[in-house]
Design a protein around this ligand. Structure first.
Ligand SMILES: Cc1cc2nc3c(=O)[nH]c(=O)nc-3n(C[C@H](O)[C@H](O)[C@H](O)COP(=O)(O)OP(=O)(O)OC[C@H]3O[C@@H](n4cnc5c(N)ncnc54)[C@H](O)[C@@H]3O)c2cc1C
Ligand code: SF4
Length: 349
């Protein structure tokens, strides 16, 4: 009896946690599965969240508190060995957990397995994994969290720092044609944080287009220019090398002035994008639902969302790049749709 649920949620990142909480409010018995040792997904890795700069740890603490309800069983370090449709209705999953093997069943499945950060080492021209001063946006979040940007920048109080947008996104060669949506805003946020930490720093953002689409994002961009003096250079970095002082030399073409630029930097930050989580392919394969050409799970309908499978639902970035508020909104909506489905309303796409 204990192993029978109304809903199994795969992934306890922001989407899975929010959906679990919403379902618990509706009185739905939920099993929240997380493959890592802790809940939180990528929120665990971020220091501050744009646009307001709220602490990710506070948001996560709030979300964790909300899932401490009797209706939610959370299993961390859970590996799904198999998941399949049962004869008749419902689903069955075989798990490997810290307490041993376990079989659980449920009426519905919510896939919330999130995304994978693009591996910047695949873009060899930027020198990630080769030069110590080349890091990713995720690495910089960790340096902010641990107050240790000095481990890369050193003692220089007037450093030059560069940000490269669209790393592994909007890039046919990298296999990702899509825009990752969150990395322009992340770059602008991180550029301002560098200026907060090093007021004398010179900070450059190398961009193709700036996609500051969200509410108050344009304000961030204006603040970055007017208050912090961040220099926005429209152009792709074409070559990165190291000089004899182990500083980074970045070459680009400023496409607005038509002139080549060569800048020596104390730190170069690559804005790695949101790529599909390869686990989602395994899960959708077992449940006979489709992935899109870019690997993200395919929506059944581009307006109403959700997937084509009776009793199978999705939330968050497993279907494509999303900001945190978008993820949380979609998770709340998925919970409402699941509640309707369990009550016999399956009038969904
Ligand atoms: C560099 C960067 C900075 C960002 N900063 C911001 C910001 O400041 N503001 C903002 O609004 N948004 C930001 N975002 C976006 C934000 O991180 C996402 O919207 C959010 O993390 C999506 O949550 P999710 O639950 O869909 O996925 P994830 O956070 O990826 O969580 C998915 C969870 O599922 C688990 N999982 C995966 N596969 C399985 C499996 N097979 N079995 C069990 N569990 C599994 C994972 O371990 C993980 O815990 C940023 C994104 C990036 C890349
Ligand atoms: S959000 Fe900006 S940096 Fe990220 S892929 Fe889109 S355009 Fe490039």
């Amino acid at each position: 009896m204990d192993n029978n649920y109304n809903t199994i949620i795969i992934g306890a990142g922001p989407a899975g946690m929010e959906a679990a909480y919403r379902l618990s409010v509706f009185g739905i018995r939920t099993c929240l599965l997380e493959k890592e040792a802790e809940t939180g997904g990528h929120l665990l890795k971020w220091d501050r969240i744009f646009p307001e700069g709220r602490k990710a740890s506070e948001i996560l603490g709030f979300m964790r508190k909300r899932i401490e309800s009797g209706n939610i069983t959370t299993i961390t370090s859970a590996r799904i060995d198999s998941i399949r449709k049962k004869a008749g209705n419902g689903y069955e999953a075989e798990l490997a957990t810290n307490e041993g093997k376990k079989t659980i069943t449920a009426d519905t499945i919510l896939i919330a397995c999130g995304f994978k950060l693009f591996n910047a080492a695949k873009k060899e021209e930027y020198g990630y994994g080769i030069y110590n001063r080349v890091i990713t946006n995720a690495d910089l979040e960790n340096l902010f969290k641990t107050n240790s940007t000095g481990s890369i920048i050193g003692e220089n109080r007037t450093p030059a720092v560069g940000f490269v947008h669209c790393v592994g996104s909007r890039d046919e060669k990298a296999g990702n044609r899509h825009c990752s949506k969150v990395c322009c805003a992340t770059a602008v946020k991180q550029a301002m944080e560098i200026k907060e930490a090093y007021p004398q720093a010179t900070v450059y953002c190398f961009y193709m287009d700036l996609r500051m689409f969200g509410r108050h994002y344009e304000d961030m961009y204006l603040e970055a220019q007017q208050k912090y003096g961040i220099r926005f250079i429209r152009g792709r970095v074409s070559e990165v090398s190291e000089d004899c002082n182990e500083r980074i030399v970045a070459k680009a073409e400023d496409t607005l002035s038509g002139k080549p630029v060569k800048i020596t930097l104390d730190m170069l930050v690559l804005m790695s994008g949101i790529a599909c989580n390869p686990d989602s392919g395994k899960i959708t394969g077992s449940l006979s639902i489709e992935n899109d050409s870019d690997g993200f799970i395919k929506y059944a309908d581009s307006i109403f969302g959700q997937v084509k499978g009776p009793g199978i639902f999705t939330a968050g970035t497993c279907t494509g790049p999303k900001t945190l508020p978008e993820t949380i909104n979609e998770a709340g909506e998925a919970a409402a749709v699941i509640y309707g489905y369990l009550k016999g309303n399956s009038n969904n796409f």
